[in-house]
Design a protein. Structure first.
Length: 756
């Protein structure tokens, strides 16, 4: 025998994932390994001669690089002598400035950094992120790719991403030779959406560098670093070659981030028995030593590996914090698909989303997941509204703002037409009109017409090898009437010469003002300090396109009411014969004309009367004016009923069968979910009320229960009830109603009682 509950649990999305126990010998341990070294340092004549238990003669290339370039030997003795828990408390303490933490951490070895972090729980690490991130203002980065490498769709998607507020937009190429066209499409599209958006094309580094030299990209984050010598050599050369490459980018005004993340050395088979966090601390120290202004870290493509182990999500938060403690910009992961479970995926995100990082994701999929060539994407374009609501719910700036459909369609079309003009000038295969129309309204690349891929690849190679640069793109746009886009791209080139956006954590606002660790430093020191979501930015984030003004909700309610079929017939009397009183609320059929489920009040009343009549009793309709509460409406009706039985109906449709001798909040039957009550159910309610009046057995009426109805309609419920409550006249007694239920052919009732 099996438990059906366990069978259901096994089918849950979370159980599609792999979970394992630690195996430290091969690096399958997240934050603790028995093989991790103990913190230690020895300095002689200004040189580190021993670090974390390893002598200088035995340093591997990563240790040698870190010892020579990453650790401040003037601070190291004090830092290493300070208890790790004391440094951890400095990180959390709002009275200790960020600068003081940066100073002491500058003297920490990899093992010391790990020991500090291991003193902290998740909440404390989140507090550390809020205080230690480099830039005061959070931002976000988008991925824009598609499986067909269609340039029109790339331009349209980049423009939409920029319009929605992404500060950086990144693409790549499934076929490497497409890279020049992809980079060009991204550049034109992004500057159409918002001036100052940084763009890059993640491909092989020599090609990437050449694209930057031509002015087609403005940043790069594909400079991978590794924590062990063998992993580095197998992966990407050496720390020194990476340093040289970073300098090459910087010499042309191209912002760079290095890339690392927990699990990579274990995945490559070169973890040397060390924990993932210890190895990532080494990678991040190497990143700082190489002179990079920031790091894309957060396990990135390896995320499922640490998540298979205990502390799997905590280690990602920990490595983000270490990067911040080293003074670097952090693009915090949340890019590669991390879980089948929506609950787990959201929980992981919150660790960076709530405290804020320089980039909440290092690539939000601004395209559908199947088109994401970076490995699927943790969040995609179908989840934008979820993201907006999270920002609105928590009053958190998650780096993007809502945009309405008309804005999006307009900017997408303009971007594609601008790119069309550039292609025509540069001799690239034309973007046809049907391609433009498809790209403007497309969901994904499946909606796009096919291009001649061979011709596109040939054009891309000519663009890469030829003399054309961004200057030619600017001229083409200006001649074609897109002077504003041309001006934005030109300003981007001017900013590269100035070089201010090479500062740590630099982004541009729409006016090309640089926001960085120097011009917009994080000054969080507790409540009332640091970045606060206020003013125009808060207004933009809370103004969802689908949010409507509740002040106008009652307009259609009143318009739907037809007062001619319910006429005041004077004070209600107490009945003396068997009957069922149908007691309606103060707004029923007057200020409100239909139920929450959309049923006309005329039809609801007709169904109730018909049900009562089936059992041979008359129904009398009265209006309760002193309350809008369903229970009290029904109870008041029961006091006036000759049988002591009444049906109470609120304007929104909630219904109760009540009896005179019961307490107001007690009842015979309650039908609480108005949207789930149909006319057949109302007829059954009338019939059961009559059975109660005749003292006959009445089986409770089955009703459909919907656990989502409150979630879907509680606002509408509140507004309808508010409207009915506004109609309450507490000093007024119930009144009889003259009712004409049918619209012609059926019974027209000319009295306050409705007969069988």
């Amino acid at each position: 025998m099996r438990s059906k509950r366990f069978e259901r649990l096994e089918a849950r999305p979370i159980n599609k994932e792999t979970f394992i126990t630690p195996w430290p010998e091969v690096g399958l341990a997240t934050m603790h390994s028995p093989f991790d070294p103990k913190p230690g340092i020895a300095i002689r004549d200004g040189l580190i001669v021993e670090m974390d238990g390893v002598g200088r003669d035995d340093f591997d290339l990563v240790e040698r690089f870190i010892a020579r370039h990453a650790i401040d030997v003037n601070v190291a003795p004090r830092a290493m002598a300070t208890p790790s828990v004391e440094i951890a408390r400095m990180i959390v303490d709002i009275n200790v400035p960020r600068s003081a933490v940066l100073e002491i951490v500058g003297g920490c070895t990899p093992a010391k950094l790990v020991d500090v972090i291991n003193q902290m729980n998740v909440l404390e690490m989140m507090m550390g992120l809020a205080k230690m991130r480099a830039r005061r203002t959070p931002a976000n980065q988008a991925h824009v790719t598609n499986r067909k490498e269609n340039p029109a769709l790339l331009a349209a998607d980049a423009a939409e991403a920029a319009l929605r507020g992404f500060a950086e937009v990144e693409t790549t190429a499934a076929v490497a030779r497409y890279a020049p066209l992809n980079a060009l499409a991204l550049l034109v599209g992004a500057q159409t959406g918002r001036p100052g958006v940084l763009t890059q094309c993640a491909v092989e580094e020599a090609t990437n560098l050449k694209l930057g030299f031509k002015g087609f990209t403005s940043y790069s984050e594909t400079l991978s670093v590794y924590a062990t010598e063998r992993a580095f050599v197998d992966g990407d050369d050496t720390p020194w070659s990476k340093s040289f490459l970073a300098a090459a980018y910087a010499s042309r005004g191209i912002k760079t981030r290095f890339t690392s993340g927990a699990g990579a050395p274990a995945l490559m088979g070169h973890a040397q028995g060390r924990s993932m966090l210890y190895l990532e601390a080494r990678s991040l120290l190497a990143t700082r030593a190489a002179g990079s202004q920031g790091s894309q870290n957060g396990s990135i493509s390896c995320i499922a590996l640490p998540e298979a182990l205990p502390d799997g999500v905590r280690v990602v938060l920990a490595e983000n914090l270490i990067a911040m403690l080293l003074g670097m910009e952090v693009a915090a992961g949340n890019d590669a698909l991390s879980s089948h479970s929506e609950i787990r995926k959201a929980a992981k995100l919150m660790l960076q989303f709530i405290p804020g990082t320089d980039f909440i994701t290092s690539g939000y999929g601004a395209i559908p997941r199947p088109d994401n060539m970076f490995g699927g994407g943790n969040f995609d374009v179908t989840e934008l509204d979820d993201w907006y609501v999270l920002q609105r719910d928590l009053r958190i700036d998650g780096g993007i703002v809502p945009a309405d459909e008309a804005q999006v369609l307009a900017v997408r079309e303009r971007a594609v037409r601008a790119l069309q003009a550039v292609f025509e000038t540069l001799g690239i295969p034309a973007i046809r009109e049907d391609e433009i129309q498809a790209a403007v309204g497309a969901f994904d690349s499946g909606d796009m017409v096919d291009r001649d891929r061979v011709a596109d690849i040939d054009a891309a190679q000519r663009l890469l090898d030829g003399e054309a640069t961004v200057v030619d793109v600017i001229a083409a746009l200006d001649r074609a009437g897109y002077s504003d886009i041309a001006a934005s791209i030109l300003e981007m080139q001017r900013q590269r010469v100035i070089g201010d956006y090479l500062q740590p954590a630099a982004i541009f606002d729409a006016n090309f003002h640089v926001l960085s660790a120097l011009t917009d430093p994080n000054d969080y020191r507790g409540p009332g300090t640091g970045y606060r979501l206020d003013g125009e930015r808060w207004q933009a984030i809370q103004d969802l396109p689908r949010a409507w003004d509740p002040r106008h909700f009652g307009d259609d309610l009143a318009a739907a009411a037809d007062e001619r079929w319910l006429v005041d017939a004077g004070p209600a009397r107490t009945g003396s014969v068997p009957e069922v009183v149908i007691a309606v609320g103060p707004a029923f059929g007057a200020a409100i004309g239909h139920t929450l489920g959309g049923l006309a009040h005329r039809d609801v009343l007709a169904a109730l009367v018909a049900g009562v009549a089936e059992e041979g009793l008359p129904a009398r309709v009265i209006r309760i004016q002193h309350t809008s509460d369903c229970a009290f409406i029904g109870h008041a009706g029961a006091q006036l009923s000759g049988s002591g039985i009444a049906i109470g109906v609120q304007a929104k449709g909630t219904t109760v069968i009540h009896r005179r001798d019961l307490r107001p909040l007690d009842n015979l039957e309650l039908f609480a979910q108005a949207p789930n009550i149909d006319l057949d159910t109302y007829r059954s309610i009338g019939r059961n009320a009559a059975l109660h009046a005749l003292a006959k057995p009445a089986a409770p009426i089955p009703v459909r229960s919907d656990n989502t109805v409150r979630l879907r309609l509680i606002v509408q419920t509140t507004l309808m009830h508010l409207r009915e409550t506004e109609c309450v006249q507490r000093e007024r007694a119930p009144i009889e109603l003259r009712v004409a239920i049918d619209r012609g052919a059926r019974t027209a009732v000319a009295g306050s009682a409705v007969g069988a």
